[in-house]
Design a protein around this ligand. Structure first.
Ligand SMILES: [Zn+2]
Length: 142
């Protein structure tokens, strides 16, 4: 089975799941890569929950795949003279694109029902994401 074939099966599954949701909020995310709004359905449809789970895990995988990039950023940071605001600012500027959009949390919480406060909670191992966590900490404090 080649990679593209596998990928198209996932795409088809996603499309099918999106069409089954009553809120259809995932359509824009799927078609135009727009960040979806939180679901406002009081009791959520299982497809909508599944799509959110897929979306959250996809984000985690993307971050995981960028580990080398975060590592490089941290190494560069180590070498900076911390007294020099010019050097710190240029580091921030270099990584602003990714840093300003990074809201990584090792706990993924997906609401199943807003009325019953029923949540699906996934706990990631912080050790596996230490580089990202460290980058995020430095970026927000600097
Ligand atoms: Zn929904």
């Amino acid at each position: 089975m080649n990679k593209n074939y596998k990928k198209s099966i996932i795409q088809d599954d996603l499309r099918e799941a999106i069409n089954k949701t009553p809120c259809k909020k995932w359509g824009k995310w799927f078609n135009d890569a727009e960040e979806p709004y939180p679901c406002v359905c009081s009791v959520r449809d299982e497809y909508c929950i599944e799509l959110e789970l897929y979306h959250e895990l996809q984000k985690v995988i993307n971050l995981y795949n960028q580990e080398a990039y975060f590592k490089q950023a941290l190494e560069e940071f180590e070498l900076i003279d911390k007294q020099s605001s010019t050097a710190l600012l240029s580091w921030i500027k270099r990584y602003q694109g990714i840093g300003s959009k990074l809201f990584f949390n090792t706990t993924i919480t997906i609401s199943r029902s807003s009325e019953k406060n029923d949540k699906l909670i996934i706990q990631l191992n912080p050790d596996e994401f230490s580089t990202v966590i460290q980058f995020q900490e430095i970026f927000t404090t600097v």
